[in-house]
Design a protein around this ligand. Structure first.
Ligand SMILES: [Zn+2]
Length: 255
């Protein structure tokens, strides 16, 4: 199977030529494509509140145009989302969606001063992005959703992470990420549990809309464990994407 991935940037709508790319997919005999859809920037006319439409979108729907073009060629389509950052209006409306540093400040984006890093383990992903993923499958009936940078960056000290970790462990969040720190190891256990819940939530949400559609993540974070853990998944497009669930993680034998 030959895959193509087309990642858009915010000012592509109206300036890039989707027919060039569809023609390219045809030329290389691509069987499937992963196409930018939403998250930081929506490349379709989203109706999810505060889901930022590209400022260049106007009345266009470049994602939908590409999906239809791929469908016309018999290709499978995976929508790409990126939930790791959000714009200032989102931060003002929902400050608790944003990642917080150990000093108690919202975490600014490392590359784009207009954006903030989101909390991966709280309601931004569990509520807001779940709505985005549902909308994309409802509108376009795509075969799956792939999320980039979905698992968070560094320890987040937001109010949700503080209270959820305390509920899990009875402890305050660790002050460092030293693996020798037992609180950090506990935190890692909690984070993995939380991310597994998120993975299953997004996958179940997508399947509710289209039973053969699946959620595909950008890797699962390395688990701190004396025994390395391997995660496997396989893709069977056409029959749908068959995803090995986190519950099927396999512990590799000790050497
Ligand atoms: Zn958080």
């Amino acid at each position: 199977m030959r895959w193509a991935q087309l990642v858009l940037v915010e000012n592509d709508p109206g300036t890039f030529d989707p027919d060039f790319w569809l023609s390219y997919f045809r030329k290389i005999h691509a069987d499937a494509a992963c196409l930018s859809a939403g998250g930081i920037v929506a490349y379709y006319p989203t109706e999810v509140l505060l889901h930022h439409r590209s400022d260049w979108l106007g009345d266009s729907d470049p994602f939908g145009y590409l999906v239809q073009g791929c469908r016309d060629m018999g290709m499978s389509v995976i929508a790409r989302t990126d939930p790791h950052a959000a714009w200032d209006n989102m931060a003002k409306a929902h400050p608790d969606y944003m990642a917080v540093t150990r000093e108690g400040e919202m975490r600014p984006h490392w590359a784009n001063p207009e954006m903030w890093v989101t909390c991966a383990l709280g309601p931004y992903n569990f509520d807001f992005m779940t709505g985005v993923h549902r909308e994309i499958v409802e509108k376009y009936g795509i075969d799956g959703i792939f999320s980039n940078r979905w698992a968070g960056h560094d320890i987040c000290y937001c109010s949700h992470c503080q209270s959820n970790f305390e509920e899990f462990s009875g402890l305050a969040l660790p002050q460092d990420s030293e693996r020798s720190n037992p609180v950090y190891r506990k935190y890692t256990d909690w984070r993995i549990k939380r991310l597994r819940e998120l993975w299953l939530l997004w996958d179940a949400t997508i399947r509710q809309v289209k039973s053969t559609s699946r959620f595909i993540l950008m890797g699962f974070p390395t688990v701190w464990s004396p025994v390395p853990i391997r995660i496997s998944f396989s893709l069977t497009i056409r029959q749908g994407v068959d995803l090995f669930h986190p519950g099927q993680m396999v512990k590799e034998p000790k050497n």
